[in-house]
Design a protein around this ligand. Structure first.
Ligand SMILES: O=C(O)[C@H]1NCC[C@@H]1O
Length: 355
């Protein structure tokens, strides 16, 4: 056996969304902050993301997380999130998976009944409280970066779907959010293909017609991800959503091709963006829980901790709580003669290549 690269990872899921956590095998990554480290990785070693997420080591729904040295002395560890077409500045399901792996494998010490720790993500510092019992993480709650809405009830043209009413909001990523009912769709387990095709067309149209950037960091732009909303079906839930994570390149000339996958979880950053929209409309107040259901019927619980501002925008500081489960561990290897040193995508599962 010959090995060019060996990466040790622990796989986990949160609310169904897979998050692979790289625990060993990365060289030190330069940068004065985790944001800079993420940009360095993107510019200099994007092959790592491709190697871990694409076939034959990955699959379209997979997300991956790299643990790095933090730059901020207040942080215990740094986290760079990698998805199929981007490096999200923050991610709820990936935070829950990462904290579960950090504590259940002993990378960071678990303190029962509550472990507190701080992650440095590209979006900023994230304070975490993990409820732990019997060596297991029972719940992960984190205080997210401030969330805010930049557009409410804006109208855009979505080729193939007509005029659409959308919101654009930040919850750690920039979301285009739309009520699925206006397209005659419901968020049901068997509607996955239709939800993904619509979401990709919506995201593509919104990125062209309503481009946005974060007031504190113009390098964070969007919308890069879409969320369809609908009435809840799970007991105790206040809302339901289907987020689509892009896995390929959407081609408006071939909108029938699947170029994304449903977030299997209720989506943490999407829930925070949705709460910012509801708060801006006066429909969700400080201290109120927002139980958000995903396409599989699993839930995350959000809450508005306090109000704040981001640039000129009214914003909220949300918390998000969910649970993660470890599913396996593996050493991923790259043989120097492997014809696919960055993995590959095939159009049957991934849509057109090029992401
Ligand atoms: O929970 C979240 O925030 C995410 N899940 C996959 C896509 C987003 O990063």
């Amino acid at each position: 056996m010959q090995i060019t690269r060996m990466i040790t990872a622990v796989d986990a899921h949160a609310g169904g969304e897979p998050g692979r956590v790289i625990t060993a095998g990365l060289p030190p990554i330069p940068g004065a902050s985790v944001y800079e480290k993420m940009r360095w990785l993107e510019a200099n070693d994007d092959g790592l993301r491709r190697l871990m997420l694409r076939e034959p080591r990955g699959y379209p729904a997979l997300c991956c997380n790299a643990l790095v040295a933090p730059s901020d002395p207040r942080a215990d560890i740094g986290l760079i999130i990698m998805e199929q077409t981007e490096y999200p500045p923050m991610s709820g399901s990936n935070t829950i998976c990462t904290v579960t792996v950090l504590l259940e494998t002993g990378i960071l010490p678990m303190v029962e009944p509550v472990t507190t720790l701080t992650l440095e993500t590209p979006a900023g510092l994230i304070a975490v409280e993990a409820k732990c019992a019997g060596g297991k993480v029972r719940a992960v709650r984190f205080e997210n970066v401030p969330a805010f809405a930049l557009h409410l009830d804006a109208e855009i043209d979505v080729p193939g779907h007509g005029r659409a009413r959308v919101d654009i909001a930040w919850g750690g990523m920039f979301y285009v959010i739309a009520d699925a009912a206006q397209f005659g769709l419901a968020i049901t387990p068997d509607a996955g293909g239709d939800l993904v095709r619509l979401s990709e067309a919506l995201r593509h149209a919104a990125a062209e017609q309503l481009p946005v950037a974060h007031p504190d960091n113009p390098g964070l732009t969007g919308p890069t991800i879409s969320q369809l909303t609908g009435p809840p079906t799970a007991p105790g839930a206040h809302g339901k959503n289907a987020v689509t994570v892009s896995s390929g390149v959407f081609d408006p000339a071939r909108p029938h091709l699947l170029t994304g996958v449903l977030d299997r979880s209720p989506c943490g950053t999407g829930t925070c963006a949705r709460m910012a929209v509801l708060h801006a409309r006066g429909e969700l107040g400080v201290g109120q829980d927002y139980v958000h259901e995903g396409p599989l019927g699993t839930t995350f619980t959000g809450r508005i901790l306090r109000e704040t501002t981001v640039g000129p925008n009214r914003a909220i500081v949300p918390t998000l709580e969910g649970q993660g489960w470890i599913t396996g561990t593996a050493n991923y290897m790259l043989d120097p003669s492997d014809p696919f040193p960055e993995g590959f995508t095939a159009s049957d599962l991934w849509g057109p290549s090029g992401a």
